[in-house]
Design a protein around this ligand. Structure first.
Ligand code: GLC
Length: 429
């Protein structure tokens, strides 16, 4: 008996502790997750006083600009050409269904009117207006979902005490309670003042891996204010309790090309992958590394095939305008989405693992085989394809496509089919 008891106690000690924060999403939240997955394509916007310097959003840190000197950028930030209407139009014509915009980045400057810090666009710049309010209203009007990017990391606030050693989950030199409470108050403003906010996108966790970020309180507060709001965190880790979607930075889920996703095990939540059009997030005057429309379409299709949304970034210029390289490329992507969006929006992926020729998306009773790399043979092979195919045709045409189904998978023959620019889509019923 004693032996059994000791064994039982040992077993109990070995079982992992259940996370103290347990989170049961509401029905509304689950529905929001589903809608979010249907949207598939979003616009990420990095815009702040850093845009003035045209060297990306990390310029304060990279160039060792002191907080005191950097603050001067606010004195002459006056984006006279900013137009929420133009931004939303741009997103819509590119085929995007939601916008995630930086409300406060690592430089600590709030791009919205906030009572919690005078260091904000309404009070500290000659502009004196709140572009995020205009954007929120425009998004609500135009049926575009709005998400706010919110930085956990702050290079300037003394209570955050950037660079401080972390002991017992807190910065030694800062005032962690004050900083956490500041964030909670700003998040409350963002959620309660701005119409139609659907998500909060956190970033900066990786700067303080051993800090106690009080996520239970922060996520709890967000879900208490609005249980349907989707919480995501760019911590590059496995999802934590209280999060509603999992994000990947500059990588398709399952890849780790940029080194950010090494510890990011793919969980059960909706997925989103974010990427830049050139290399930078914030406006960069000398970054000419533009991705082509073909690369971006392939990224989007590749994400959908891996069951992920694609959040594509632009860094508008300091005056609020979007540079022509972005508008030109996105016009092509938008045109493609207009013709082929049926194979992307509302679909789910991960039907089969990505193949050398491409990926498969799925909606209702239709499967879309996206051929992005034309095969050497005259066919593509879909391994372990389940379900009986009753018809195969080239999407958007009535051109029948020959196929053969057997135990190990389906063969779809491409003789007589010409490869289309970007993606040749075979629709399987
Ligand atoms: C990284 C960068 C940050 C950017 C973000 C977008 O975390 O540090 O500047 O906003 O990626 O994914």
């Amino acid at each position: 008996m004693k032996k059994i008891l000791t064994m039982l106690i040992m077993c109990m000690a070995l079982t992992p502790k259940i996370d103290a924060q347990t989170y049961t999403p509401t029905a509304g939240n689950l529905a929001a997750r589903n809608t979010f997955q249907d949207l598939k394509f979003g616009l990420f916007i990095h815009w702040g006083i850093y845009s003035e310097l045209g060297r990306g959003e990390w310029v304060m840190n990279n160039d060792h600009i002191s907080y005191k000197n950097y603050k001067r950028l606010a004195d002459f930030f006056n984006p006279q050409s900013f137009s929420a209407r133009d931004w939303v139009r741009f997103a819509k014509s590119a085929g995007m269904k939601y916008i995630t915009v930086t409300s406060r980045h690592h430089d600590g400057f709030s791009m919205f009117g906030t009572k919690e810090s005078p260091y904000n666009i309404v009070d500290a710049t000659p502009y004196h207006k709140d572009p995020l309010m205009e954007l929120a209203k425009e998004c609500a009007k135009e049926g575009i979902q709005l998400h706010f990017y919110y930085s956990l990391l702050d290079w300037g606030r003394p209570d955050y005490a950037y660079g401080s050693r972390i002991v017992d989950g807190k910065p030694v030199n800062g005032n962690w309670e004050s900083y956490i409470s500041f964030m909670k108050k700003q998040l409350t403003e963002l959620i309660t003042k701005y119409p139609g906010v659907k998500g909060i996108w956190f970033d900066g966790h990786w700067e303080r891996k051993t800090a106690d970020w009080h996520y239970d309180e922060i996520y709890g507060l967000i879900h208490q204010l609005n249980p349907s709001i989707l919480v995501g965190n760019n911590h590059h880790l496995e999802p934590k309790a209280g999060e509603d979607f999992q994000m990947f930075e500059k990588d398709l889920p399952g890849n780790n090309l940029t080194g950010f996703s090494g510890e990011a095990k793919i969980g059960e939540l909706p997925l989103e992958t974010c990427e830049t059009i050139n290399k930078s997030w914030g406006f960069d005057l000398s970054d000419n590394n533009y991705k082509s429309s073909a690369q971006l379409i392939h990224y989007l299709v590749g994400a959908a095939g891996r069951n992920a949304n694609f959040l594509l970034n632009i860094g508008p210029m300091p005056d609020g305008k979007i540079q022509s390289e972005f508008t030109d490329t996105m016009a092509i992507v938008g045109k493609w989405m207009k013709q082929n969006g049926e194979s992307i929006y509302g679909t789910r992926g991960n039907i089969v693992p990505p193949q050398p020729w491409g990926v498969i998306t799925h909606k209702n009773k239709t499967f879309y085989a996206h051929i992005m790399v034309w095969p050497q043979e005259n066919y593509i092979f879909i391994p372990k394809f389940k379900g009986k195919i009753s018809k195969a045709e080239l999407m958007g045409t009535k051109t029948a496509v020959r196929y053969k189904q057997q135990e190990e998978g389906a063969f779809v023959y491409l003789d007589g089919i010409k490869s289309l620019p970007y993606d040749t889509i075979i629709q399987l019923q």
